[in-house]
Design a protein around this ligand. Structure first.
Ligand code: SF4
Length: 331
């Protein structure tokens, strides 16, 4: 365990890039931090595969690796995916009798490159997703990652735009449902949080048939509310403390930056969901502060963090409206 979340790692040898080959047993190994679905998939693959390589080779390495280690080509992958879909649909059935994996509405065959959308999902929906993706790929800058696969026609930027819109719609729905169910929101940006959700609530879905309409919808429907780890950022550039810090350091700043987040920022809000996460964090901080084996500087730091966390939780609970009352504003 590390920090608030379990850290899942994959150990291997990098194969992408000049002069690298996974066949080189002397090569330095590398560790990648991965999300849970990737770790699960690799675990299953390790049990199923009897090949020395779990993943298909890059196209320019096809000949040697295919010959020596039977790595799958992209065409093999396409065939395997089709066979997998056929097997699932022949083996399992929906209650109504329809196929478990319905035909692709686009009419095209499933292809490995379609999984790029999965990458877009995590880049957009996980805190620091673009940075994490850049680290995974060994990119020098996140700008390289944003332009993944190099050219605009690769469609990667479109994937990101569509995913952003889907996330905004999902998130608006979840936030509105939570507010309707009585979720309490505290923090200096609590009122603005409710105002923005009330503004975008009438959005009932529109026809989206081009990336341009995705971007237009995002501009009008995105409330710029970012749920992160145990806090919610109701982003407003003019008052964003992280933005000011980055600009003062001569860095670009085009959105919330959790790594520079400060408790004094007026854009901060805490939902009940954040408070649940903070309660879990408080337990770990208090345990570290009381642990006789932890060195004194770390104990003092943990104690200070615990005091701050407890303060946020207490203020949140103190501002909770009585049953039947109205929510109060900032803490
Ligand atoms: S400092 Fe934190 S709350 Fe403020 S804008 Fe940045 S990420 Fe959002």
């Amino acid at each position: 365990m590390q920090g608030d979340d379990e850290v899942l790692c994959v150990h291997g040898r990098p194969s992408k890039g000049a002069g690298r080959s996974p066949d080189d047993l002397e090569a330095v190994t590398r560790t990648w931090t991965v999300v849970a679905p990737v770790a699960t998939t690799i675990g299953v693959l390790e049990q199923l595969a009897d090949y020395p390589l779990l993943f298909p080779c890059a196209r320019w390495q096809v000949t040697r690796r295919m010959r020596e280690q039977r790595a799958a080509t992209t065409q093999d992958l396409k065939r395997n995916l089709a066979a997998f879909v056929d097997w699932v649909n022949a083996t399992f059935h929906r209650p109504g009798g329809g196929p478990v994996i319905p035909p692709d509405p686009s009419g095209r065959n499933m292809h490995a490159s379609r999984f790029r959308r999965t990458l877009a999902y995590f880049v957009v929906r996980k805190p620091g997703g673009l940075i994490a993706c850049g680290l995974q790929y060994g990119h020098v800058r996140t700008r390289v990652t944003a332009g993944y696969a190099g050219q605009a026609e690769s469609g990667w930027l479109d994937d990101l735009a569509v995913e952003r819109l889907e996330m905004a719609i999902d998130q608006i729905k979840d936030d509105l449902v939570a507010l309707d169910a009585g979720e309490h929101v505290s923090g200096p940006a609590a009122d603005e949080y409710r105002r923005r959700l009330a503004r975008v609530a009438p959005y009932a879905g529109r026809v989206v048939n081009s990336v341009r309409s995705v971007e237009r919808l995002l501009t009008s429907a995105d409330p710029a509310i970012h749920h992160s780890r145990a806090m919610t950022c109701v982003y407003r550039a003019e008052t964003a403390v992280c933005r000011r810090i980055r600009l003062e350091a001569g860095l670009s700043a085009d959105g919330p930056d959790e790594s520079e987040c400060r408790p004094t920022c007026p854009n901060l809000a805490y939902t009940d969901r954040d408070i649940d996460a903070l309660n879990g964090r408080l337990v770990r901080q208090e345990a570290a502060a009381a642990d006789p084996l932890v060195p004194r500087p770390r104990k003092e730091r943990a104690a200070a963090q615990a005091a701050r966390t407890r303060g946020i939780i207490d203020q949140h609970q103190a501002g909770r409206p009585a049953l039947g009352g109205t929510a109060s504003g900032g803490i």
